[in-house]
Design a protein around this ligand. Structure first.
Ligand code: TRP
Length: 334
């Protein structure tokens, strides 16, 4: 708790082009719930270098992501929006927690197995201990809730295990975080292959709506979306393409699938695809415009970066000092 509010922590990596899936699945939920919690939203650049990155590109994308958080509606006066690498406590706690995490636990992580298969020439130990850094992120702020997608669930379970283990030895040091699943919990699928998740790394750019796509591109991609041939707008598992478009329409407008079925009763796929494209483009346009303004307003954004890194450091260091004392590090002389 900070004041009378529960603490929320989440983070995103600035690698690849963010998609509509990232926005509807994560960022939009963050904006919806941020008033209820004391929130920390990190751009987790330290996680990004577990896979080789071009330095200039990583730096540029990190700033784009940080400004996107703000443009999407997270007020940086109320939410702590910061770069993970600016708060050294992440690295320090991560080292300590490494010593309380078993190789066997990390070996079971499916994301490690997937990523090492994809990066066979660079299976570095950072990739292996990535979930420990993630646990440090969360535990440093004594987070009560952590909104994450299903693919991060196993990492969050591990963070809970590490916290519980540490508390078992040293008393109540860490809050054991709860997993927060979005209310709608919709998973946005590829427009070209509705059996596959919409992904930053899709080889076919028509499958994903990128958050930076302009209106024409968005509408064109929706027009080309793969559907079935019966031309009925019905929400059903056996119509994965249309189901995905309805999900996107619902998540964007806040309508229910029944309302959408009614709204488009008797209309064809062409009309519906155009309508989805239009609502999505309308939803993204103000975010894109605001982000552009922010990217041009260096002084303001630099101020946000500095102030929030200080705020994050304050809370993180409090936890870190407690932990250092518990494990037996000598007291600092001041
Ligand atoms: N690993 C997460 C991802 O790739 C990002 C992340 C890092 C994160 N630290 C976190 C998410 C802490 C939630 C909490 O999506």
């Amino acid at each position: 708790m900070i004041g009378d509010k529960k603490v929320l922590f989440s983070g995103m990596q600035a690698t690849g082009n963010l998609t509509l899936g990232n926005y509807l699945g994560a960022l939009k939920n963050w904006v919806n719930i941020c008033d209820e919690y004391e929130c920390f939203y990190s751009v987790v650049d330290m996680h990004s270098i577990t896979v080789r990155q071009d330095a200039a590109t990583l730096r540029k994308r990190s700033r784009e992501l940080l400004t996107l958080y703000i443009a999407a509606g997270l007020d940086p006066e109320k939410n702590c929006i910061y770069y993970q690498s600016h708060v050294s406590a992440h690295a320090e706690l991560s080292w300590i927690l490494n010593c309380y995490t078993y190789m066997g636990e990390l070996n079971r992580m499916t994301q490690f197995k997937d990523k090492s298969a994809k990066n066979a020439d660079n299976i570095n130990s950072g990739l292996f201990t990535y979930p420990v850094l993630m646990a440090a992120d969360i535990l440093l702020y004594q987070a009560d809730v952590v909104p994450v997608g299903i693919d991060q669930m196993q990492h969050l379970e591990l963070a809970r295990d590490i916290a519980t283990r540490f508390n078992g030895i040293y008393g109540d040091v860490f809050t054991v975080p709860e997993i927060y699943m979005g209310k709608v919990g919709r998973k946005i699928m590829s427009l070209q292959n509705p059996d596959k998740k919409m992904s930053k790394s899709d080889e076919n750019p028509n499958g994903s709506i990128y958050l930076m796509d302009d209106t024409d591109t968005i509408i064109r991609k929706f027009k080309r979306a793969v559907t079935d041939s019966d031309n009925q707008i019905r929400y059903s598992e056996d119509k994965p393409g249309i189901k995905n478009l309805i999900d996107i329409y619902c998540a964007t407008t806040g309508k229910s699938s029944e309302e959408v079925e009614k709204e488009f009763d008797g209309k064809g796929y062409g009309d519906f695809k155009l309508a989805v494209g239009e609502v999505v483009a309308q939803c993204l346009k103000p975010i894109q415009d605001r982000q552009k303004e922010l990217l041009n307003d260096k002084a303001y954004v630099d101020g946000v970066i500095k102030n929030n890194a200080e705020k994050a450091s304050y809370f993180a260091t409090k936890t870190l000092r407690k932990v250092q004392k518990k494990v037996g590090f000598p007291e600092r002389i001041r």
